[in-house]
Design a protein around this ligand. Structure first.
Ligand SMILES: [Fe+2]
Ligand SMILES: [Fe+2]
Ligand SMILES: [Fe+2]
Length: 326
């Protein structure tokens, strides 16, 4: 990911945006996977930007959400230039030690700060894009300082060797746990699929915001399910990951990079069956849990998905009955 030196046409800007998007999609997932590999509330640090003691896990999730917004901003610019945003990603890695994950995050931030600040767009050629990259780069500066403070705190407090949460093989053999892994992967796919359509139809503000709301719901479900997996003795999985001898897991394809549908109708048509299938899986898994916190949380996701199903059915019907809508 070397800075691009001579950007003076749209092709060059798109190349920079595509490289940047691969990074942003990767870290938006990677940071949240790192966060859900740590216990809640155990590792605290003093944050140099907000001047408060924060939970490393909670702050890593917040930073992951910032990255998703960066990806969206960039994807919108790609669409405004008439191109299609990539959903391919850079490599995502989970190391066995918590500190190695946080140190990797800091290195990634420093690398991307260089990409955004040192890539040279010809002065006056694309001022808004240039300004966006400067603005995003300072979010990355903040992230770098925050990760650095986390790493230093772990070292200073003798917790450099602390390892990630370890899944319990017995728990992982249970039907409800493997079903929840499948559901969590589907939630991730749907979250990104909705984002793809948000970008595709960004000029239609009504559709755009409705799809964005559903995407955010799926992101929350993914996030909550990751926490539930820990409660059940498991751990959120990385898609297509390979385990190395050093114990790290690495994936070059942590999320699908192709989504169905190219125009409004073909895109909307895919969402109804996708929501229906997800709902059926929630209905199945909910039966396996006794009354309690986990069941209640899953029921809440089920209700929201039923709401999505209703909305999607009508978005499709309404799109079909309006003449001249493309
Ligand atoms: Fe970012
Ligand atoms: Fe960042
Ligand atoms: Fe849904």
């Amino acid at each position: 990911m070397e800075p691009l030196k001579h950007i003076d046409n749209e092709g060059g800007v798109l190349e920079l945006l595509t490289e940047s998007l691969k990074h942003e999609w990767a870290v938006s997932l990677e940071y949240i996977i790192h966060a859900y590999s740590m216990p809640k509330g155990k590792y605290l640090y003093s944050d140099p930007v907000v001047a408060a003691v924060l939970d490393m896990r909670a702050q890593t999730i917040q930073i992951g959400i910032d990255e998703m917004y960066h990806a969206l901003q960039m994807g919108l610019v790609v669409r405004q230039m008439g191109a299609f945003p990539t959903f391919q990603t850079d490599e995502v890695i989970r190391f066995p030690r918590i500190m190695d994950n946080l140190a990797r995050n800091q290195r990634t931030e420093d690398m991307v700060i260089a990409l955004y600040q040192k890539s040279k767009i010809r002065e006056g050629a694309f001022p808004k894009v240039q300004n966006m990259f400067w603005n995003i780069s300072y979010d990355e500066v903040r992230h770098s300082r925050q990760f650095q403070a986390m790493v230093e705190t772990l070292k200073r407090s003798g917790q450099a060797e602390a390892i990630c949460l370890q899944p319990d093989p017995q728990a992982e053999g249970k039907e409800e746990v493997s079903l929840l892994q499948v559901i969590t992967r589907l939630e991730n796919e749907l979250m990104h699929r909705y984002l793809y359509y948000v970008l595709l139809f960004n000029e239609h503000q009504d559709l755009n915001w409705r799809l964005f709301k559903n995407s955010i719901d799926h992101m929350r479900h993914w996030d909550k399910n990751s926490g539930l997996l820990i409660k059940l003795g498991s751990l959120v999985q990385m898609e297509n990951a390979e385990r190395r001898p050093d114990g790290s897991e690495r994936s070059l394809k942590p999320m699908p990079d192709i989504y169905p549908g190219t125009d409004r109708l073909s895109a909307l048509q895919t969402l109804f069956p996708a929501e229906e299938q997800l709902i059926a899986r929630y209905e199945n898994i909910i039966r396996l849990f006794p009354e309690g916190e986990v069941k209640e949380q899953l029921k809440f996701h089920l209700m929201q998905n039923r709401e999505h199903l209703f909305t999607q059915e009508w978005l499709l019907k309404n799109a079909r009955q309006v003449k001249g809508l493309v």
